[in-house]
Design a protein around this ligand. Structure first.
Ligand SMILES: [Zn+2]
Length: 376
């Protein structure tokens, strides 16, 4: 009893020590993968943040350009308003001078007329030869006075028009300058925003560089672990295969069928009707019955193709492989180790086939063998 317990303990220890490297390798690979995925996530997050910041920056930059354009066009407007205003001021000065001159002129004329009498309106009137002449002279004198007043009125009116235009221009200039000031504030504000945004982007760029380096390192580490894991698998497969098939008969691959419907060798193909090599033997089976591994080994192919349908190839070591074709369903995958007699597929009629059967091949160092030589 004690011996049995001891033997069991030793066996367990042996099994554990055999399995342990593979387990630690698997967990190192998982850890490396997690670390890589996390590093990638961090990098993506930074990139996405940075993209947002860059987008905001571009938006502020566009706003700044618009404000600068506006300021430029407003400055032009202000300059032309100023020029027009200067012109208007000059015009006003001239109009004022004209008015004044005319007033002076008018006063002088009135004074002269009053002082020397000879040309005074009254003399003109009283110097009339007849009543008709008098009326004519009244009219003329009135006309002259009205004419003078009209001209003076026109001068004053013109002066007022110019003055009003000048006032309007001054108001416009004040408005434009006020707008320019507020645009200047907005410009400063945007420039400050852009500066801050640029600083944030620079900071994120540094973080991005670090994260990219961390990701590259994690990726490299993961690839290294993966390579080690693959090597481990390959090594264990090689050592497994080296100790596998050492001769003796294979197991019959289709336990439910015994009848061989087509032997190995040259034959007239039932579908193509050409004389060709039949690469294995066909064992009649019912649809869905078990197909089993002929010997211990490692699955090297488990897939579908046009002629074999769903098929499996098993490497048994020492140069031997077997092939199982036309299955309805595959139950093992590439890289899996299988035991002699293990169900690996369900029989069917996939690929180039006329009915459910198991097409079975044996190869030695890549050369087809007659399977019957290896079966009981
Ligand atoms: Zn066949």
């Amino acid at each position: 009893m004690l011996a049995a317990v001891c033997a069991l303990a030793v066996a367990a220890l042996f099994l554990f020590s055999c399995l342990y490297p593979a387990l630690s390798r698997a967990s190192a690979l998982d850890e490396a993968k997690d670390a890589r995925d996390k590093a990638k996530e961090e990098l993506e997050a930074i990139k996405s943040n940075k993209a947002d910041l860059v987008k905001d920056y571009a938006n502020f930059d566009a706003q700044l350009t618009a404000v600068e354009d506006e300021i430029e066009s407003l400055t032009n407007d202000i300059n032309s308003t100023k020029t027009a205003l200067e012109k208007k001021k000059a015009e006003l000065e001239e109009a004022e001078a004209n008015t004044k001159a005319y007033e002076e002129d008018f006063k002088t004329r009135a004074r002269i007329m009053y002082e020397n009498g000879s040309t005074s309106y009254l003399e003109v009137l009283f110097g009339a030869a007849s009543f008709g002449d008098f009326l004519e002279r009244v009219e003329i004198v009135g006309s002259i006075i009205n004419y003078d007043r009209d001209i003076l009125d026109r001068y004053v009116y013109n002066q007022n028009v110019i003055n009003n235009a000048k006032t309007e221009m001054e108001t416009l200039l004040a408005q434009q300058e006020e707008q320019q000031t507020s645009l200047g504030y907005r410009q400063e504000e945007l420039e400050l925003l852009l500066e801050k945004q640029q600083a944030l982007i620079d900071e994120l760029s540094e973080n991005e560089d670090l994260a990219a380096k961390a990701y590259a390192a994690a990726e490299k580490k993961y690839e290294e672990e993966e390579r080690k894991a693959q090597e481990e698998i390959r090594r264990s497969q090689l050592s497994y295969l080296a100790s596998t098939y050492t001769g003796g008969k294979f197991q019959w691959p289709a336990p439910s069928g015994t009848r061989i419907t087509s032997p190995f060798g040259y034959r007239n193909h039932p579908l193509s009707h050409t004389y060709s090599l039949h690469r294995g033997i066909d064992i009649a089976t019912a649809y869905g019955t078990d197909v089993v591994a002929a010997e211990d080994g490692i699955v090297t192919i488990a897939k579908h193709n046009g002629s074999y349908g769903k098929y499996i190839v098993i490497n048994h070591g020492n140069g031997y492989t077997t092939l199982y074709a036309h299955n309805s369903q595959l139950l093992v995958s590439v890289g899996e180790t299988v035991k002699r007699g293990q169900v690996i597929a369900k029989a069917g009629s996939t690929g180039n086939s006329t009915g459910p059967h198991c097409h079975f091949e044996v190869s030695y160092n890549g050369n087809l063998q007659n399977p019957l030589d290896y079966l009981n």
